[in-house]
Design a protein around this ligand. Structure first.
Ligand code: XMP
Length: 530
């Protein structure tokens, strides 16, 4: 295992990602992690970038044991400065910011110990790299040599003369550094001698073993499923591990997409053999949403009602199983875990913060369930990225349609109906959305688009339908392309496609006389309308 110590850079998780792409198993830990507390010895350590300067009074620093481990260490950006700081705290740092592409010149040391040149071995002498830093080294720490320079950074790469200790100022983990993957491979495989044996098949086997060990021979698990990819994959993995001792619960909140509950029910039970109960609580949800227009109130009501319904069902399952349910399944992914790992504060705080963050995601805050019902959390996907979950889902036999499903918010179409959520409005929004998605799939565009939906606007527009003047509602279509969902661009449909969708919606959905297309980028526009 390679370890990535996270000092808080926005790119830290990409380092782990690059290692995994090389089939090297890697874990990201907060930078303050005490290595003595690990039950295993890493084969190498990468120190990430950071928004801090090593000279900040509250700057995070690595456990000094990192440098005593006698395994290779690579410092990236802040990581380089952290190494320099450890090997001569008087090394001064500059304050000019550098952000963007740079040309890196590699300095070879033919006569020096051979480990020095390995980081750049097999790469050309001039490389395009991506820089993003404020501080930079102005002098070499003792016993280090320069292994790369740029016109702005004379110590863009450094290596220790005796130890396998390296620092690079640029970011090898971002795609703007084309040689980054080869460099990470040189470090992990050639220098650390990490095995390249991390595959999805191996992941499935080890995870199923782990689940069986954790749950025990008679233990039972409950978990909510939504019909989306994460919860379905988590549920399928659970089912593979413990069969019907895993109880899945699908809460129909009345604001899911057209036929979504019925389709999910069929796929999960008939297709995947999962022990699933569908609870139709749509009247309860819609009753509580009556008269509510504020989006944040809608979110709260849906989240809280979800917890009430789920708790009721979980209690029923517990009664029927003789009280033997000990675990709650969550389909938490790696990015949720990373977001909640923090180097600020002791590890106890990290844990609570972590649980709060992930439990708040998608289906609402079920944190109370853990306490009230004394359930322990089980998260089989917590090491995976979204696209790895998709590969895993495919391997587990989950249908393509579900594996590639666009993300869908926990509060469902309630936040896509602007204004009050009534059964009539739900029916209109569902039907329009269904037509839109059907046409996107027919045009072969579904996978190119990251997220698409139809929103129902709270305005009336005039139209002439048949021979009559009407005063009906307006549907707004939204489609975005994004990789991180933090920024997004609207999808550039051709006019013919939009004309067809608009024509169908106006003709087929009663109560709608006008269709518009949203051409707002995020930021400033969010992906959802509310
Ligand atoms: P925004 O609208 O913030 O959306 O640009 C970014 C991503 O988050 C999803 N989203 C939600 N997901 N509960 C969720 O589970 C919510 O309340 C919620 N609001 C937004 C949105 O669909 C998009 O994928």
């Amino acid at each position: 295992t390679a370890v990535v110590l996270d000092f808080g850079s926005q790119y830290s998780h990409l380092i782990t990602r690059r290692l995994r792409e090389l089939n090297v198993y890697a874990e990201m830990l907060p930078c303050t992690q005490k290595l003595a507390d690990l039950s295993w010895k890493p084969k190498g350590v990468i120190l990430s970038g950071s928004p801090y300067s090593v000279y900040d009074a509250d700057a995070p620093h690595a456990d000094p044991a990192v440098f005593e481990l006698e395994v290779p260490v690579l410092g990236v950006c802040y990581g380089l400065q952290e190494i320099a700081w450890n090997y001569g705290k008087d090394v001064s740092a500059g304050n000019r910011k550098e952000y963007g592409h740079a040309i890196l010149s590699v300095t070879r040391h033919i006569d020096a110990p051979s480990h020095i040149d390995i980081l750049f071995s097999g790469l050309t002498d001039e490389l395009e790299v991506w820089m993003s830093h404020g501080d930079k080294l102005r002098a070499l720490p003792k016993d280090f040599v320069t292994i790369a320079t740029t016109s702005n950074a004379p110590f863009a790469g450094i290596a220790h003369m005796q130890k396998k200790l390296y620092g690079i100022q640029f970011h090898p983990e971002v795609t703007h550094t084309p040689c980054g993957k080869a460099l990470v491979e040189n470090f992990a495989v050639k220098l650390c001698q990490c095995k390249q044996n991390w595959t999805m098949e191996r992941f499935v086997d080890t995870e199923i073993d782990r689940i069986r060990k954790v749950v025990g021979p008679t233990g039972q698990v409950i978990g909510a499923v939504s019909g989306g990819v994460d919860s379905t994959v988590a549920a399928k993995l659970m089912h593979e591990a413990i069969g019907d001792r895993f109880h899945a619960i699908l809460v129909d909140n009345g604001v899911m997409r057209l036929n979504e509950c019925a389709i999910a029910h069929k796929t999960l039970t008939e297709g995947l053999g999962i022990n699933l109960t569908v609870v139709d609580a749509s009247e309860e949800f819609l009753g509580k949403l009556k008269g509510v227009e504020d989006p944040e109130r809608k979110r709260k009501i849906i989240g809280n009602t979800f917890i009430e319904v789920f708790q009721r069902e979980a209690e029923r399952v517990m009664r029927e199983s003789g009280g033997a349910v000990d675990f709650l399944l969550q389909g938490t992914l790696y990015p949720d875990v990373i977001e909640s790992i923090s180097f600020k504060g002791p590890s106890a705080t990290i844990k609570t913060h972590h649980e709060c963050t992930l439990l708040l995601s998608s289906s609402g805050n079920v944190g109370g369930l853990l306490e009230n019902m004394k359930l322990k959390l089980i998260e089989p996907l917590r090491e995976l990225f979204k696209d790895e979950v998709r590969v895993l889902g495919t391997n587990l036999g989950i249908p393509e349609d579900l594996v590639w499903r666009h993300p869908f918010p926990g509060p469902g179409i309630a936040i896509r109906i602007l204004g009050e959520v009534t059964p009539t409005q739900v029916a209109i929004a569902r039907k329009a959305d269904h037509i839109y998605i059907e046409e996107i799939k027919a045009a072969g565009l579904y996978r190119k688009i990251s997220q698409a939906y139809a929103a129902l606007l709270p305005v009336r527009a005039v139209g002439v339908m048949g021979d009559k003047r009407v005063h009906d509602q307006v549907i707004a279509l939204r489609a975005v392309e994004t990789t991180d969902y933090m920024t997004a661009d609207w999808f550039d449909f051709d006019g013919k496609f939009l004309r067809k969708v608009a024509g169908r919606i106006v003709n087929e959905v009663d109560g709608v006389c006008r269709v518009v297309y949203d051409v707002t980028q995020k930021p400033p526009g969010t992906i959802e309308f509310q």
